[in-house]
Structure formats: structure tokens, C-alpha cells
Design a protein around this ligand. Sequence first.
Ligand SMILES: CC(=O)SCCNC(=O)CCNC(=O)[C@H](O)C(C)(C)COP(=O)(O)OP(=O)(O)OC[C@H]1O[C@@H](n2cnc3c(N)ncnc32)[C@H](O)[C@@H]1OP(=O)(O)O
Ligand SMILES: O=C([O-])CC(=O)C(=O)O
Length: 385
Amino acid sequence: MAESDIKKGLAGVVADTTEISKVNPDTNSLLYRGYPVQELATQPFEAVAHLLWHGELPTGEQLAEARAKERSLRTLPDNVRSVMDVLPSHAHPMDVVRTAVSIVGANDPKADDPSADLDKAFTLFAVLPAIVAYEQRRRNGKELVEPRDDLDYAANFLWMAFGEEADPVVVEAFNQSMVLYAEHSFNASTFTARVVTSTLADLYSAVTAAIGALKGHLHGGANEAVMEVFQEVGEPSKADAWMQTALDEKRKIMGFGHRVYKNGDSRVPTMRAALERLADHYGSPETLEMYTALEQAMADRKPIKPNLDFPSGPAYALIGFDVPIFTPLFVAARVTGWTAHIIEQRANNSLIRPLSEYVGHDERHVDGVDQAALPEDTSDIEETA
Ligand SMILES: CC(=O)SCCNC(=O)CCNC(=O)[C@H](O)C(C)(C)COP(=O)(O)OP(=O)(O)OC[C@H]1O[C@@H](n2cnc3c(N)ncnc32)[C@H](O)[C@@H]1OP(=O)(O)O
Ligand SMILES: O=C([O-])CC(=O)C(=O)O
């Protein structure tokens, strides 16, 4: 096989069909089940989760039902809390969340029953805010805050994280970030979830694997790394020189670039507008100045645009989340897309198992082994595996 035939990183490979979302880099658009994501960003996250799982936006009655169900499942289970409490304080919150999701799976007597996958998806959607909010508090030595029945998903999430009611401007921006992060076709973590599902493993195994894939800085972990860039640069006036040095050193600039979008990420304008409202609300013009200075410094050198992690990182920092909590927030949102894909994969499954071109050592033999005494030798049959 010629090296040019190998699709390194599976770039450009269409691995399956999906009805869940369409990423179109030519029109710079993103549709969930046919709806533009910018329109969905005006809707409650509970409605968008319903859309991803069921293919249609909920009626008023269905939304009320979903909200009631979410409220009934949003309490942190005792044994999840106990396990989180014994994890060392140096553990990355993504490792804590991955472990907590494993416990939720172990608690579920229907973990291995695929007919209960929608219920499992809903359970994770409802309990992840409690896990992530508790981790935000635990790592700061603070007590758990119980959920509030009078608050919807986004407002309650912020309540559990900070123990105070968030301003509507903040709730709206946070809700928008959840909607924008919810789904993005065959990205690395979603594909991971589909690979695990393709072996007929359970939904919780697929989600814990997806969490592992999301943690990396080339994927979801970039929203944390963006904030590290903001901190490293220090002030907007230093952005230009910082960018020159970083590019000279061949560094990948976190929060810039995308495997599919080459002319900008369809979600960025909506999230940037949310960041602007947050910067106004918190009286932090320097956040936007840093954003613009870095974006301009890159544009002056390379045609590489910000991706969704670039406005989301500073938005989460303004809201008050610790930097290592940013990717867990992405988990809480993306669990809706992952689980929709898990259900879709299972409904029309084929084991995902590509081939590789072997470029290792030529065949050789272990000293002292009597070749004639071994079972039939098939090594002369050429194999690509
Ligand atoms: C929600 C998300 O997961 S969005 C992605 C979040 N990840 C990041 O922000 C990490 C930073 N970005 C990157 O590393 C990359 O843009 C990726 C991994 C997202 C996409 O990478 P790929 O599609 O593999 O593109 P690739 O790495 O081949 O880049 C093509 C060219 O653009 C350059 N490039 C791409 N992104 C960046 C970047 N962020 N900083 C500097 N150069 C970049 C590459 O160096 C390469 O240049 P070359 O042709 O001179 O070698
Ligand atoms: O699609 C990708 O490769 C990464 C991304 O933007 C996402 O998962 O939201």
C-alpha cells in the first residue's frame, strides 16, 4: 500500500452516516437534527437534549415532563460522593468525572440492557451537573450544595457550583455554551463512544471512554489550555510578541484551528457574543481585549481562526469556574451528543475495526525454538492488519 493511501488521523474519511448533526465547513454551518445551532442557542438545554435523543424539539408538555424528570435525577448519589471524596486533591477533575461516571454505571442494574439506553442517557445528563459542581467545590475544600427544585438545568447547575443564584445574564450565557458544546458529528470523543459501542459494550463504558478522549488538549482539553495561554500572555499588549514567539517555536496555539472548519467555527460568533455579555456583566473589558489581541495576532500571521474553545474558556473563567473544571463542563454538555450517537450506532451496528499498514521488523525467530515442532507456519501469506 502506498503511504499516500493511508488516511492518517482518518482525515477526510467518511466512516458512517448520521442523522444527528451536520457540520458544513463550506457554508460554515452546524445543524442539530436540521436546526441551525444559532437558533437552538436561544432554547433551554433540556429542549436541545430532547431534540438530540428524539429527533424533534419537545412540545410544551414534553419539555415540562423532561424538566420534572431531570429534577428527580439531579441529586449526587451517596456512593458517587464517597468515591469522589477519597480521590486525591491532585487528581485532574476530568479523571474524577470519568471515575464518577463509572460509579453511576455500576449503580445501574440495567447497565447492560441496551433497551434502557435512553434512560441511561437521561440519568447521565441529569447527574453530571451534580458531579461537576461538586468537584468545583470539593477541590476548593467546600461543602456540597444540594440542588434546588425551583431552578431549571442551567440555573441549578450554577447554584450547585457556587451556592448562590446566578444572574439571568450568566444563566443565559452558560445555557448557550451547553447548547453549542452538545454535539459535533464524528469528533474524536464521539467517534470513541461509537467505537466502544460497536463492540456491543454498554453505554456507560462508551461514555467513560469518550471522557478520556475529550480530555486531550487537541480536543476538549483546549478550553482549559486557552486560559493557560491567556495567563501566560498576561496582558493584551504582549499578545503580538507572544504569538510570534509561539509560532516560531512551532507551538500549536490552543483554541485555534479545526480538523473540519478551515474558515472559522460556526459556533464561535454565538459564543463570542455570550462572552461579550459576560465581560460587560462582570466589568472585565480586558478579557475581550485579550481575546481580540490574540485573534488579531494569529490573523496577521496565519489564516487560522478561533474554535469554540477560544471564547468558552474565558467565559467559564468569568463565571468563576476553576480552569481544570472547564473540560468537565464540556462533558456535561457533550454527554447528550455522545449518547445520541451511542443509540444511533447500536441501532445499525457494524464493528469498527480499520486496518493498519505494518512497517515494523521483518519476520525473525526466537533463539532455540524448534521451528519444525511448531504448528503449521502461515507466515508466507502476506497480511495487512
Ligand atoms: C471543541 C474542539 O475540540 S475544537 C479543537 C480544539 N483544539 C485546539 O484548539 C488545539 C489547537 N489546534 C490544533 O492543534 C489543530 O488545529 C487541530 C488538532 C484542532 C486540527 O488539526 P488538523 O486538522 O490535524 O490540522 P493540522 O494540525 O494538520 O494543521 C494544518 C496546518 O495548520 C497549522 N495549525 C493548525 N492549528 C494550529 C494551531 N492551533 N496553532 C498553530 N498552527 C496550527 C499546523 O501546524 C499545520 O501547519 P503546516 O501545514 O505548516 O504543518
Ligand atoms: O469536531 C471536532 O473535531 C471537534 C469539535 O469541534 C467538537 O467536538 O466540538
